[in-house]
Design a protein around this ligand. Sequence first.
Ligand code: ADP
Length: 248
Amino acid sequence: MAPKTPQIKYKRIVVKLGTSLLTGGGASLDLNIISSLTAQLSSLHNRGAELAVVTSGAVASGRAKLGLTKKIKGIPYKQVLSSVGQSHLMYTYEKLFEPQNITVAQALLTRADLCDRAGYLNGRNTLLALIELGVISIINENDVVAVEELQGSRFGDNDNLSAMVANLIDADLLLILSDISGLYTANPSLHPEASLIPEVKKIDENIFALAGRSLGGLGTGGMLTKLQAAKMATACGISVIIAKGSEP
Ligand code: ADP
């Protein structure tokens, strides 16, 4: 008898893939990591999960595509890198999902779109219709018109956008995949003695006080914006898991 496929616990899942994960800490996208992630997402999709992916990595992809070795500073340049990188990023997802017969759709959103009632409803209707059709939406901030993600501001690295999307489509789970297994008692890069907190029941100021920013690499928001996203999503009744995406 064939082994029984385990039941999925959550039906509608928003998966956020961070820059630190997608680049594996390097300067450009790590194809091995992305293909492992798309294989796992395909398996979930084939088991009936309804998925939407919020992806970072456009700037890293654009930098590699243009063959830039040194970092060019400034937001307009980052917008250029992001617009070059976004199409390459989409192409990568499209190619990796294709063998599984999974169709993907690109959705570029800004927070302002979602704060406007008409924009909120249009975004919601489109994303829900895509789910209905079995299409996986690949969502990113529209960096050509919005710079919050690029500024690495407190909204940083798509974490808050992923919580807004989870709320928008009434997700059961927001899965934030990064280069770290979850929230530690302090940033483990600075405090090697820090330990993993397996579960947080309430996100209050004591929990926020544990979170630091991202150090080095291309990550932006660090743990702070992940906790902001977790607070927003859990307030809407959505479970949140922060996990290391390089682990199956
Ligand atoms: P991503 O690009 O996936 O969004 P970031 O690099 O922005 O990821 O954020 C993850 C990083 O946050 C970790 O690698 C770690 O250096 C940092 N960090 C800061 N404080 C903490 C903490 N308390 N627990 C875990 N990670 C933390």
